[in-house]
Write a protein of this length. Structure first.
Length: 201
C-alpha cells in the first residue's frame, strides 16, 4: 500500500464524513467502509529496506573481488568484496566468490544497512530503494559514521537534515579524497555512480 493510496482512502472517508449529500444511512455505511480500508492500510508495517541486488552489484563493481587476504595500502587487512576486520575478525586467508558474497551481505545487514536506516529515521527522509542503496554503498566505503555523527562529513549530514534530495546527492561527490591522486579517480567514479543511483526514479 502506497502513501498515495492510503491518503486516497482517508480522503474518501473525510468526504463522506463532512461533505457528501447522500442519505444519512448511506453516508454512515460508506464512512465505515472507507475508515476500515484506511485503518487496514495504516496498520500495515512499513517494509524494512534492505540493499537490493542492484545495490549489491554496485558495491561489488567498485570493490572488486580478491580471493586472498591482502593489505589495502593503509594497513587494513581486506578480502573478498572489500570485507575488512571491522566486519569479520579474524579474516579468512582465502574465500571464493560465493563465500565473499555471503560475507558481504552479512556485513551489510549487521553494520551498514542499520546505519542508513537510523539516518533515515533520524532525519525523516523516507528513503526510496535507490536512495537507500546509494547511501549503503557510500557508508560501506567510508564507514557507518558518515551518515551518523562522525566528524568530516558535516556537509552530507547538513544535507540529510535538510531533506533536499539534490543537495544530498551532490554532497556525496565531496568525499573522493582529492588530495590523493592514487585513489581520487576511482573514488570519484564511485561517488558519481552513487549520486546517479540516488537520483534515479
Amino acid at each position: 500500500m502506497t502513501k498515495a493510496q492510503e491518503k486516497y482512502r482517508l480522503d474518501k472517508w473525510r468526504w463522506y464524513r463532512f461533505k457528501s449529500k447522500r442519505p444519512l444511512a448511506e453516508r454512515l455505511q460508506l464512512r465505515k467502509k472507507w475508515w476500515s480500508l484506511y485503518r487496514k492500510a495504516a496498520d500495515q508495517p512499513t517494509p524494512v529496506l534492505k540493499t537490493s541486488e542492484a545495490g549489491i552489484a554496485l558495491i561489488k563493481e567498485f570493490e572488486g573481488f580478491y580471493s586472498n587476504r591482502y593489505d589495502d595500502g593503509v594497513g587494513v587487512q581486506t578480502i573478498g568484496y572489500g570485507t575488512t576486520t571491522a566486519d569479520v575478525n579474524p579474516l579468512p586467508a582465502y574465500v571464493n566468490r560465493e563465500q565473499a558474497d555471503a560475507i558481504l551481505r552479512k556485513g551489510l545487514a549487521n553494520s551498514y544497512e542499520p546505519a542508513v536506516r537510523a539516518a533515515d529515521a533520524r532525519y525523516g527522509l523516507k528513503l526510496t530503494q535507490n536512495e537507500f542503496d546509494a547511501l549503503v554503498s557510500f557508508v560501506y566505503n567510508l564507514g557507518p559514521g558518515a551518515v551518523g555523527m562522525a566528524s568530516g562529513f558535516e556537509t552530507l549530514q547538513r544535507s540529510l537534515k535538510s531533506k533536499d534530495r539534490r543537495a544530498i546527492a551532490d554532497a556525496l561527490l565531496l568525499y573522493s579524497n582529492p588530495n590523493s591522486p592514487a585513489v581520487h579517480a576511482g573514488l570519484l567514479r564511485r561517488r558519481k555512480a552513487e549520486r546517479l543511483l540516488f537520483l534515479k526514479v
